[in-house]
Unconditional design. Structure first.
Length: 204
């Protein structure tokens, strides 16, 4: 299986702070944000997956949808579903409410992963990090995580951070991530005010 090629858009959550606006149908620049994200991803990934409990919301976009991994919750359930459906050893993860995307950032993570694999390292993820924590989105995850999930943990992990506890994560220091569009690169749209700001940022 090739190293790269699949990306997953995580489309879960209720978006309570959007005051009645459905996150899956948010529009930016005259088109659905989900469609913009998919188009951006396709510049590097031929296989774009959506992890969602509402596949009907993506029928018109022609995107392949998968359901959350049973027995898990939140973003971790979507990540595992995406990993199971991936056509490559590594999966890029982004959320459906994240308007920013950076090809140089994706390329930098790919470079670090390839370098680590050439050195014989067995990393589980590659992500921006600050101290002990890392950014769960705009990050790559190894399909080897499925082996841990299938290992029948007595207490299944309840978050991506906990799933990766004790595993090697290729960390890009926060200061270096600034050169690729951070912190905006990792920010989602959670309120009507943030949506208005995102629209203003791309207006002519």
């Amino acid at each position: 299986m090739k190293a790269f090629g699949s990306a997953c858009i995580l489309a879960g959550g209720r978006g309570e702070r959007m005051r009645g606006q459905d996150k899956l149908y948010l529009e930016l620049g005259g088109e659905r944000l989900a469609a913009r994200i998919a188009a951006s991803l396709r510049q590097r990934f031929e296989d774009v997956i959506v992890a969602t409990s509402r596949p009907e919301a993506f029928l018109s976009l022609g995107l392949r949808c998968v359901s959350d991994e049973p027995g898990y919750e939140g973003p971790l359930a979507g990540l595992l579903a995406g990993l199971r459906a991936a056509n490559s050893r590594w999966l890029y993860l982004i959320a459906v409410d994240m308007p920013a995307f950076s090809l140089p950032w994706v390329d930098e993570l790919m470079r670090r992963i390839s370098q680590a694999e050439s050195a014989g390292e067995k990393a589980a993820a590659c992500a921006a990090a600050s101290g002990p924590y890392f950014e769960p989105f705009q990050a790559f995850y190894s399909c080897s995580l499925l082996d841990h999930a299938a290992g029948g943990e007595a207490k299944p992990a309840r978050s991506i951070q906990r799933m990766l506890a004790g595993k090697q994560v290729l960390r890009v220091p926060e200061a270096q991530a600034l050169g690729y569009g951070a912190p905006a690169l990792f920010q989602g749209i959670n309120t009507p005010e943030e949506l208005a700001a995102a629209r203003l940022a791309i207006s002519p």
